[in-house]
Design a protein around this ligand. Structure first.
Ligand code: PNS
Length: 155
């Protein structure tokens, strides 16, 4: 069984994440969406809220499970969970520059590979940060987030 991990803060999960994760699910037997907490980041949503939104998003899709990722190394988490690869979406060359050293380090730490999927061009500008800002300033983000996330952003 080919199990992979899609890690991220998902604060909140948006349609760019959704697109990459569903494509990963078509390629591999099982995708673990690992919701992480990076203590140097300031989150809008708690871990429980980020998990709940991701779980609701993927509830009807088989082969995708959502769980919290502990505070340690991603490479060790993948090893413990029996995942042979990490899947990350790339929006641009900037993402590649940021991700490439981490991919090498993760492989050196525990032989876990990183598979990059190029995100759809229509989501290339999307980030959770931008969605939160547009929402806060009264813009319409309904085309960019799953329905449950829109509900939480409005509440
Ligand atoms: O959505 P984010 O916040 O950019 O996700 C970041 C994530 C979870 C991928 C990153 O924080 C991470 O890799 N955390 C694990 C810590 C770790 O293993 N650090 C060494 C990386 S080489």
């Amino acid at each position: 069984m080919r199990r992979v991990v899609c890690p991220g803060s998902f604060d909140p999960i948006h349609n760019g994440h959704l697109e990459v994760i569903t494509r990963a699910a078509a390629l591999f037997d099982e995708v673990i969406v690992a919701v992480s907490t990076n203590y140097s980041k300031k989150y809008r949503f708690s871990l429980e809220e980020r998990l709940a939104m991701a779980k609701e998003t993927f509830a009807s899709l088989s082969g995708i499970i959502v769980e919290p990722m502990d505070d340690g190394l991603l490479a060790e988490y993948c090893h413990r969970r029996g995942a042979s690869a990490i899947v990350k979406g790339l929006r641009s060359a900037l993402d590649y520059e940021y991700e490439a050293p981490m991919a090498v380090m993760n492989r050196q730490l525990s032989s876990v590979e990183t598979v990059f999927l190029l995100g759809e061009a229509r989501y290339a500008h999307l980030s959770s940060t931008m969605i939160k800002e547009v929402m806060q300033l009264g813009g319409d983000v309904s085309g960019y987030v799953p329905r449950g996330v829109l509900r939480e952003l409005k509440s």
